[in-house]
Ligand binder design. Structure first.
Ligand SMILES: Nc1ncnc2c1ncn2[C@@H]1O[C@H](COP(=O)(O)OP(=O)(O)OP(=O)(O)O)[C@@H](O)[C@H]1O
Length: 276
């Protein structure tokens, strides 16, 4: 479904994405993990043609995303709340998105039904503009709107962010079900390793823009490997910091001042006349 070919994106000296070859198959449920700045969002932006690559390309169903718009019909994505329209209510926004994909109001209402528990009576019927919703509820509006037209490809950047624990659990189930029932390709990024191994049978580990591991995850088998990777990274970084601190604290040889012993000279008080 998605082919990434020799894809490179730099910001100044920083290599944000550098992927020689990577294929995501139709029906894959892929989790993208990596430390802050590893390049997850940049990769999503390149896939969605929101950024121009310095080299290489991305094709979705053999369509080069920056040369043809056809992939947009079967793709849904939510990267950040810049995707939302602040001055609309959630209903207006959902109907607007539905209209873009030829869905009638009643069809949109019907497609919102499976999200009722997820919305928890806090999204629909609130008579509030999107700009006045909490970060968590904006996240919900974004995720739902990305799924509304039943896309064959769904891309969500950190979908669990800002969600309360029960909403995280609900969206995990909804995504899994969506992937299975629609045989849709679902790609999510997350810093939550537990959630990622719970829902993603395939996990790509990104480091400095490079996919360094492509992990098959059956019954949470990737958990240990990922925990080891992230713990090892933390330990390595702490050790590096300590080593640097020791070097900084040790004075350079030429600045070492030899301890000199100053002999005390006892000054005898002058004798006054008549004193012994
Ligand atoms: N518009 C930009 N201008 C300059 N540098 C950028 C820009 N966007 C991303 N970068 C840099 O590219 C690198 C990858 O960033 P990116 O946001 O893709 O990482 P990420 O894995 O999504 O991180 P996080 O987990 O923190 O969201 C980082 O070093 C980041 O500072």
């Amino acid at each position: 479904m998605i082919n990434i070919n020799n894809l490179q994106k730099n910001f100044g000296q920083k290599k944000a994405v550098d992927i020689e070859k990577y294929t995501i198959n139709q029906g894959d449920m892929l989790g993208l993990v990596g430390n802050n700045g590893a390049g997850k969002t940049t990769l999503f932006r390149l896939i969605l043609d929101l950024l121009q690559a310095d080299q290489g390309n991305v094709t979705i169903n053999d369509i080069d995303v920056c040369k043809n718009e056809d992939w947009k019909q079967f793709t849904g994505a939510f990267i950040d709340d810049g995707f939302l329209i602040d001055y609309l209510t959630p209903e207006e926004y959902f109907y607007f998105i539905g209209k873009m994909y030829g869905l009638k109001k009643e069809e949109v209402d019907e497609r919102l039904l499976p999200f009722e528990r997820f919305m928890n009576n806090e999204v629909i019927g609130q008579k509030k503009f999107i700009r006045n919703f909490s970060a968590g509820n904006k996240q919900k509006i974004g995720i739902i709107s990305a799924m509304l037209h039943h896309p064959q490809l769904l891309i969500l950047d950190e979908p669990f962010n800002f969600l309360d624990p029960s909403s995280q659990s609900i969206i995990k189930h909804l995504l899994k079900k969506y992937n299975e029932e629609h045989h849709a390709t679902v790609i999510i990024s997350s810093h939550n390793l537990n959630h990622t191994v719970d829902v993603c049978p395939r996990i790509a580990l990104l480091e400095n823009g490079v996919i360094i591991r492509d992990i098959q995850n059956e019954n949470n088998s990737a958990e240990k490997e990922l925990e080891d990777y992230f713990n090892i990274r933390v330990e390595e970084e702490i050790e590096e910091e300590l080593a640097e601190a020791v070097i900084e604290e040790t004075p350079a040889p030429e600045t070492i001042v030899e301890e000199t012993i100053v002999e005390e000279t006892v000054v005898q008080p002058e004798k006054k006349e008549g004193q012994e």
